[in-house]
Write a protein that binds this ligand. Structure first.
Ligand code: IPE
Ligand code: IPE
Ligand code: MG
Length: 265
């Protein structure tokens, strides 16, 4: 599909979000609460990922994007970082066959150049194997940062300008096509578990008009009910994209006015 910017055109919306983006937070606290090492929380977190994928597919969600490792998570103790890398490899090795059998397309976004070549190779193979699946696109954001994403898109456009010997003109939609998630619509619903109410450098560009949902549940406890509560909250929201409530009513005079879904150019 072609990327549509929510600030250029009002997107079509449905009761079930097409795209859900999740900050999977609280693994360490989940483990600490049980007097376990923090990494035990990460291991349990993989089970919650499986639940999230299954439940989203069942609910009819088309895109699920999970924040697995941020560009700032390298600041953690080296042992925790290496544990997370090993866990990522194991999960890829164990789960890709199952994802494929269930019609799930896997994508990994982020600055993958910092991962060792074995991980990069596993990722490439998993993406190729699942490329034609259409039931749900699961994106794992690994060594991802919202600022990195915007910067790498800007760099690509700058390089294009240099190679063509002129400033290549672009608008919002064209810029967004260079972002890591250009193949997906902008998220309709953002969920953060673990009780913090911040974005932590996740999808800074793409969350412009996303509905935000925060829950205190720690990520390893994420289950079908956590997801259905979030989707129910989403279904109650009035997504105005800058318009007034009256313009959203089907019979409204305002709704049929030219201003309802586009901006003056
Ligand atoms: C999220 O859980 C997983 C990663 C960031 C990799 P945390 O490890 O941040 O857990 P808390 O927030 O410390 O409890
Ligand atoms: C955000 O969680 C990153 C991931 C879940 C991968 P953090 O636990 O790293 O975020 P902060 O440090 O609390 O903002
Ligand atoms: Mg955290």
């Amino acid at each position: 599909m072609t990327y549509t910017s929510s600030t250029v055109r009002v997107p079509d919306i449905a009761a079930v979000p097409r795209h859900i983006a999740i900050i999977m937070d609280g693994n360490g606290r989940w483990a600490t609460q049980r007097r376990l090492p923090r990494v035990a929380g990460h291991t349990r977190g993989v089970d919650a990922v499986r639940t999230a994928v299954e439940e989203c597919a069942r609910a009819g969600v088309e895109y699920l994007t999970l924040f697995a490792f941020s560009s700032e998570n390298w600041r953690r103790p080296v042992e925790e970082v290496s544990f997370l890398m090993r866990l990522f490899v194991t999960a890829l090795e164990r789960e890709v066959g199952k994802l494929h059998a269930n019609g799930i397309r896997l994508r990994v976004v982020g600055d993958l150049s910092l991962f060792d070549t074995r991980i990069q190779d596993l990722i490439r193979r998993a993406e190729t194997k699942t490329a034609r699946n259409t039931r749900l696109t699961l994106t794992i954001a690994a060594n991802y940062g919202g600022r990195w994403d915007i910067m790498q898109a800007a760099r690509k456009l700058a390089e294009q300008s240099v190679s063509e010997g002129r400033v290549v003109p672009f608008d919002e939609s064209e810029f967004a096509q260079h972002l890591a998630l250009a193949y997906a619509p902008e998220p309709d619903l953002f969920i953060r578990t673990g009780g913090e109410t911040r974005i932590s450098n996740f999808l800074l560009w793409q969350l412009a008009y996303t509905e935000l949902y925060f829950t205190d549940a720690y990520w390893p406890d994420f289950d079908a009910k956590t997801l259905s509560d979030a989707i129910a909250s989403y279904a109650r929201r009035e997504r105005r994209f800058g318009r007034t409530s009256a313009q959203l009513e089907p019979q409204s005079q305002d709704a049929s006015s030219q201003n309802a879904d586009s901006l003056p150019c």
